[in-house]
Write a protein that binds this ligand. Structure first.
Ligand code: NAD
Length: 474
């Protein structure tokens, strides 16, 4: 794909034209059949299978460096898997659900029928631009909707490629990609979609929800935050350190559910650091210069991350670099652990979204829980323990969008689990059947039977209703 083409952002009128076309097409065909929906999901699978290399190359170019393997493993494969999962289960998801009817209304029958909402808007961030566009799109298409997708201006090459690909696999009145800067994103969020799913920062989430409120458009906000990892007192620290640092180094820490900081039993910090360093050498033998290690997306984010280290060091923290290979020109930032952190440091206030990992020592598991509980509710939480009762307690006494026990990140890859944040890390959830339901109107339908006893409840009221009421209001 040529990257020299200058992309022209759609004007507000063009956005509106696409939106109106989709809406009108939906009005004319409001309930795509199972086979039509499966055909759309199949087209999406073909798009992924036939263009994996081009997709990886475009994302690599946008990042300055991202391994094609990482893109295939973390974006193309999970997107394909999610599309296949939806194809396999869609028939069951679409089936009306029978509901119990109270004896008073029998022999009437109750059903929930699932209906497409109409035109869905999807706003995509830059960190996993394929997976976070295709994931919501799968849910929207499975539920029978049409969709408009706004890609991030920070991944322009991939955005342009994706716009072309969607244009060649889908009619524009079914799925359309629109690209452009923040002005386009704002105009997009202001469209009266039937549902708007936004993935991005908590700060922008506020603005998206305000725009949607003008139209009473329901929103799903997939936001970020500081996701903690807790290592239980008697859990092998080396096992935890290897799994945590692996999850942290994916995409150089630019992952919404990357462990943001780790709570380690007091006295075990050094063991954690030593094992993490050993694991990083194993995963990335040439350190940050390794071909498998991603670059930081742009100079602003590189400077932001370096700024966290500088601020923390100035306020008394120590950092332990886990590898060599730092390069400002290619924006390669090696993973680093930070000890001696306090709440006064920026690194403990903002979502890090990069390969820096603060280590916070704790004395008792109660202290660790309290530390997490006093902070904004995170998108993800990781807990390392083999004690079932303690695991249960941690799950009950902490609130987070999703949890992986004894590893990191993997809950996102489970098609049967809901995915989404809570409080400042998001609202609503999708993936698999949850995503199908999110983009469906679950319409309650009562079917009255030919013969029924409702006449007993209708005027003129007399002694009969009084007897019935005596029984009902007891
Ligand atoms: P961002 O909020 O800066 O941008 C996300 C998208 O919103 C972009 O497409 C952008 O064009 C658009 N946008 C910007 N301003 C807008 C406005 N005023 N109105 C409407 N849209 C607007 O986020 P980002 O930097 O691309 O992504 C990083 C953030 O996303 C992190 O906080 C990360 O945790 C979060 N994230 C969350 C998930 C999740 O699934 N919960 C996944 C990935 C990333």
């Amino acid at each position: 794909m040529s990257t020299t083409n200058v992309h022209v952002a759609p004007t507000s009128t063009q956005l509106d034209t696409i939106f109106q076309r989709q809406r009108e097409a939906f009005r004319l065909k409001p309930y795509p059949s199972l086979s039509e929906r499966k055909a759309h999901l199949k087209a999406l699978c073909r798009l992924l299978l036939e263009n994996g290399q081009a997709i990886a190359a475009a994302i690599d170019a946008d990042f300055g460096h991202r391994s094609s393997h990482e893109t295939q493993v973390l974006e193309v494969f999970p997107a394909l898997q999610a599309a296949k999962h939806a194809r396999w289960h869609l028939g069951r998801w679409m089936r009306p659900e029978r509901k119990h009817v109270s004896v008073l209304f029998q022999p009437g029958r109750a059903r929930v029928v699932k209906q497409p909402l109409g035109v869905v808007g999807i706003i995509v961030p830059w960190n996993y631009p394929l997976y976070l566009a295709v994931g919501p799109l799968i849910s929207a298409l499975a539920a029978g909707n049409r969709a408009m997708i706004k890609m991030s201006e920070m991944t322009p090459r991939f955005a342009e490629l994706f716009e072309k690909l969607i244009g060649s696999y889908f009619a524009q009145d079914y799925v359309a990609v629109v690209n452009g800067g923040v002005d386009v994103a704002q105009a997009f969020a202001a469209k009266p979609f039937d549902h708007l799913l936004f993935t991005g920062s908590t700060a922008v989430g506020h603005s998206v929800m305000r725009s949607a409120a003008e139209n009473l458009t329901p929103v799903t906000l997939e936001l970020g935050g500081k996701s903690p990892a807790i290592v239980a007192p008697d859990f092998p620290v080396d096992v935890a350190a290897r799994r945590i640092i692996w999850g942290k180094c994916l995409n150089a820490g630019q992952t919404c559910i990357a462990p943001d900081y780790v709570l380690v039993p007091e006295g075990k910090e050094q063991e954690f650091i030593d094992t993490a360093r050993d694991e990083v050498q194993r995963l990335y033998p040439a350190g940050a210069a390794s071909a498998d290690y991603s670059a930081i997306i742009n100079a602003r984010h590189y400077a932001r991350l370096k700024g966290y280290l500088k601020d923390a060091q100035a306020k008394g923290a120590k950092s332990a670099l886990l590898a060599e290979g730092e390069s400002e020109t290619s924006r390669k930032l090696p993973p680093a652990l930070v000890t001696g952190v306090t709440d006064a440091m920026q690194i403990m206030q903002d979502e890090i979204f990069g390969p820096l990992l603060p280590i916070v020592p704790y004395r008792s598991i109660d202290d660790a829980l309290a530390y997490v509980g006093k902070r904004p509710r995170p998108l993800a939480m990781y807990y390392f323990d083999y004690d079932r009762a303690r695991i249960r307690r941690i799950l009950n006494d902490s609130i987070a969008g999703g949890v992986t026990i004894n590893d990191t990140v993997l809950h996102i890859a489970q098609d049967n689990l809901p995915f989404g944040g809570v409080g400042p890390s998001g609202m609503g959830q999708y993936h698999g059947e949850e995503g199908f339901n999110l983009f469906s109107k679950r319409k309650g339908v009562f079917l009255q039977s030919r013969f029924n006893g409702l006449r007993l409840f209708k005027p003129p009221f007399g002694r009969q209703i009084e007897t019935i009421l005596k029984w009902l209001l007891r």
